[in-house]
Each structure stands twice: as structure tokens, then as C-alpha cells.
Design a protein. Structure first.
Lengths: 184, 281
């Protein structure tokens, strides 16, 4: 059974999470991908404020398809997180505690997550039609001109994910691969 | 000469891109079901089960399988006896892409000036169009929405001929290993071998259009595909990189003669959400 996890993440929850844990997330996620990250980091560099209070929050790396009439959101699965590595250090420094996407993070980001007490989770890429069903509310809170890359605030219920990097140094991508690797 | 209207091209392109985004093809589903039987890792089986459930949900609700509805890649095989009337064929294709992405509520993922402003073109045009003149009086249109996650893991190597078969296997395996979880495994691995740099790149992409798991018609090339598949699946990456036996559903290699001094190899990866639809007009 997956662990039930409330968002924003508490310090205790973060401590308890282990790489490989299946979780279901309920609460608030902020959505940003490449272009929104570029703007957020530029805002921080200029000494400005972010469009939301990032302390303790979790960012979902995602750019949804447009909602059909009467729907909350369209397909809404994770994008490749590694592209956000270039923007992640200042966000961790500003208090970001969780990241949700898919794919590997750089050694630099993994080490920063450990020292800042932040976790990295993944959802199953290419299952946006299913994942969208766990989103109960979606609103654009900034950068509307970026279209599919706008900054969103989501409310999710039982959103399925897997812990990839915990704060204790666990890394599911490395451990999983090592478990099944056959060397010739 | 047989006349084919530009309007028919537009309508077909519009329909194919929507179908490709909403419906996971039967060959991919069959390969995933077979993979579910062979996968030893519980996490891997869970991932494959979710992928199959997602396909059902997407088809039922006409919601895209994946939020990355791709850059629009179009292959045109134009019969030399076919005559396009009523407009420019490239413009007709781009209009079809615009219609598909607007009417299907697909995500528009194309940006102009990619080196600077990266402004969304707003309609997912222009398409990347590959045209080939072939015998006959028909036009075959293939729509392939290609997501960035897998495409970004593409690699090309101009190997020395001395590297040979072993060099090819090692290069493909290294490419898949480095890509890890990024391209959304289980993958279909497209391999181009021979020709020039751009020829082998195109071969690696065309290889992805073959029905999943159908071997190359040449027995020796099919044997190479099998050996690469085994090597790739021994990497242990598994579905979505959580660890497991099934990193790739299939390896498809397309081969062309090369220069006496070259051994070009290209790897183009396809995520499990393998989308392409064709229609002959």
C-alpha cells in the first residue's frame, strides 16, 4: 500500500520518506517547467519576490494540455526534471522542499537536496491522462503569457508518485538499476 | 496523373495527429502486455500496468496519452504519378497540424527562435516534414508526434569501421544507459546504421515506425537487433528507471551502405507512448 502524504510536506514526512517508497499525495502542488523556472530565478537574482511563497512547497515539473470545456485540466504528467537542474539551487535556497517530475537529477542537485532537507519524487511519465484525474483544482497564478509553461497552483488528491531521492542519500534510479543489472 | 487535393492532405494530417495522441496502437499494447509477463520487478510491473490503464483512460475520454503532444513530425511518401491540386503541400500539412492541435486540445510545444526568445508559435506548427518521391499515384502520410524527453537522448557516432558490430552494440547500450529514466522506458530503440551522418539519423527515426518487435527482414540485421535488445535489457534500468528487466520493448535497426571509411550509427529513442499513425490517400 502506498504511503499517504500531505502537501505541503512536513519536516517529519520528509524524514520518513525513503527512496523507492510508493506514495499518494494530497494537497497543493505548484507547477513550473523550463520557462517559468527561468523567470523565477531571474526574479530572485534581481532581489525580487517569487509569485508564491515557496517555503516548504513542492514544485511539479509539468506543462498540461489545455482543458476541454467543462474539465479542470487536460493530460498532466511529469516532464524531464534534469532540465530544471540549472535553476534548482536558488529555489532550494529559497525554501523549496519537494520536487516532482521524472528522470535523473545531477550530483550537484542531489547533494543540495540532502543538505537542504528536500526530496525528489517521480510520477510515471506518459500517463498524463490518468494523473490528470487526481487534480481537483488548477489555476494560473503567474506568467500566463507562457501558455503551456505558465505557473499553476494545483490541488491534488491521492496523486500517485514514487520517492527517487530521499534526504538520507537513497537514490531509487541507482539502486533499482544495480539490483537488476546483468554484467556480461 | 492522379489528382489529390491539398485539402485532403490537411484533413488527414489533422485526424492522424489526434488519433496518435489519443490512442495507443495495438502493437504497442501487445508488447506492453508481453512485457508485463516477463518483468520481474514489482515496481516495473506497476509502471506497465499504469501505462496500460492510461491508454484506456485516454481513449475513453479523448484526452492525450501524454501531456507532451510532441513536435509534429510528418513523413510523406509522394507517388511520382500523384498531382497535388489546390495548394502547397507543405502549407497543407502545417494547416493540418494547426487544426489537430487546436481542435484536439493538444499541447502546443513549438517555440520559435529557440536560441533566444523561445516564443511559443501558438499552434504547434511548423511540422518537421520528410518527403520522399516513390513509384505510384498515391500519397502515404505518417504523423509522428515526437516528445522531447526521448528525443533529447538521441546520439550519433561516426565509428571507425574497425569498431564493427561490437562497436555498434556498445554505442547503443551506452546511449540507453546514459539516458536512464529520462526517455520514459520501456523504450523502442531506433538504430540507424550506415549512409552519411544525416542519412543514418533519418534511418534511426524511420526505424521507430516499424510495428513494435517486427524484426528486420534481413536475417543478419535481425540478429543484431536481438543482441542489442538483450544487452539493453541487461542494463537493469527497467520501466521508468525504477529497476527491472524490461528497459526496451524492441530494437529496430535500419541499414544503408556506408562509405569505405565510415561506420555511422544513430540512436533515436522512443518512449513507451509510441505514437505514429499513417494513411494512404
Amino acid at each position: 500500500m502506498p504511503k499517504r502524504v500531505a502537501l505541503p510536506l512536513s519536516e517529519k514526512t520528509i524524514k520518513d520518506l525513503r527512496a523507492g517508497d510508493a506514495v499518494v499525495l494530497t494537497g497543493v502542488l505548484y507547477v513550473a517547467r523550463d520557462a517559468a523556472h527561468k523567470r523565477m530565478v531571474a526574479a530572485l537574482e534581481e532581489g525580487g519576490k517569487l509569485p508564491f511563497d515557496i517555503r516548504g512547497q513542492t514544485i511539479y515539473y509539468m506543462g498540461p494540455t489545455p482543458a476541454k470545456p467543462g474539465r479542470i485540466i487536460g493530460s498532466a504528467g511529469p516532464t524531464t526534471s534534469g532540465r530544471m537542474d540549472a535553476f534548482t539551487l536558488p529555489l532550494l535556497a529559497a525554501g523549496l522542499k519537494g520536487m516532482l517530475g521524472k528522470g535523473m537529477r545531477s550530483p550537484e542537485i542531489k547533494s543540495a537536496m540532502k543538505s537542504r532537507g528536500a526530496v525528489y519524487l517521480a510520477a510515471v511519465g506518459g500517463t498524463g491522462a490518468l494523473l490528470g484525474q487526481h487534480i481537483r483544482k488548477a489555476e494560473v497564478i503567474a506568467y500566463e503569457d507562457l501558455g503551456p509553461e505558465a505557473l499553476l497552483r494545483l490541488e491534488v488528491v491521492d496523486f500517485p508518485a514514487t520517492v527517487i531521492n530521499d534526504i538520507h542519500g537513497g537514490d531509487l534510479y541507482q539502486e533499482g538499476k544495480a539490483r537488476y543489472r546483468i554484467s556480461r | 496523373m492522379r489528382e489529390i487535393s491539398a485539402g485532403a492532405v490537411t484533413g488527414t494530417v489533422a485526424r492522424l495527429f489526434q488519433e496518435a495522441n489519443f490512442e495507443l496502437a495495438e502493437d504497442v499494447k501487445a508488447a506492453l502486455r508481453a512485457a508485463l509477463e516477463r518483468e520481474e520487478s514489482a515496481e516495473g510491473r506497476e509502471v506497465i500496468t499504469r501505462i496500460l490503464e492510461n491508454a484506456e483512460a485516454a481513449a475513453r475520454e479523448a484526452v492525450p496519452l501524454c501531456q507532451d503532444c510532441g513536435l509534429a513530425v510528418v513523413f510523406l511518401e509522394v507517388g511520382q504519378e500523384a498531382h497535388i491540386v489546390g495548394g502547397d503541400i507543405t502549407a497543407a500539412v502545417n494547416e493540418g497540424v494547426r487544426q489537430a492541435y487546436r481542435e484536439g486540445y493538444l499541447r502546443k510545444s513549438a517555440v520559435r527562435r529557440p536560441y533566444s526568445a523561445r516564443e511559443n508559435t501558438g499552434d504547434n506548427a511548423p511540422a518537421v516534414v520528410h518527403t520522399e518521391i516513390v513509384p505510384g499515384d498515391r500519397i502515404k502520410i505518417t504523423a509522428m508526434p515526437k516528445g522531447a524527453g526521448a528525443e533529447n537522448m538521441t546520439r550519433l557516432a561516426m565509428l571507425t569501421p574497425a569498431r564493427g558490430r561490437r562497436g555498434i552494440i556498445d554505442f547503443v547500450a551506452e546511449t540507453v544507459d546514459r539516458a536512464g529514466s529520462n526517455p520514459c522506458p520501456p523504450l523502442i530503440v531506433g538504430v540507424g546504421i550506415g549512409g552519411t551522418a544525416e542519412k543514418t539519423m533519418l534511418l534511426s527515426k524511420k526505424a521507430l515506425l516499424r510495428p513494435v518487435g517486427e524484426p528486420n527482414s534481413d536475417a543478419e540485421a535481425a540478429g543484431l537487433e536481438g543482441e542489442i535488445l538483450e544487452t539493453v535489457n541487461n542494463l537493469g534500468i527497467g520501466p521508468m528507471g525504477y529497476g527491472g528487466r524490461i528497459t526496451a520493448l524492441a530494437v529496430h535497426a535500419e541499414v544503408f551502405p556506408s562509405h569505405i571509411g565510415s561506420l555511422p550509427v544513430a540512436v533515436n529513442l522512443q518512449c513507451h507512448c509510441a505514437r505514429h499513425k499513417s494513411q494512404v490517400l
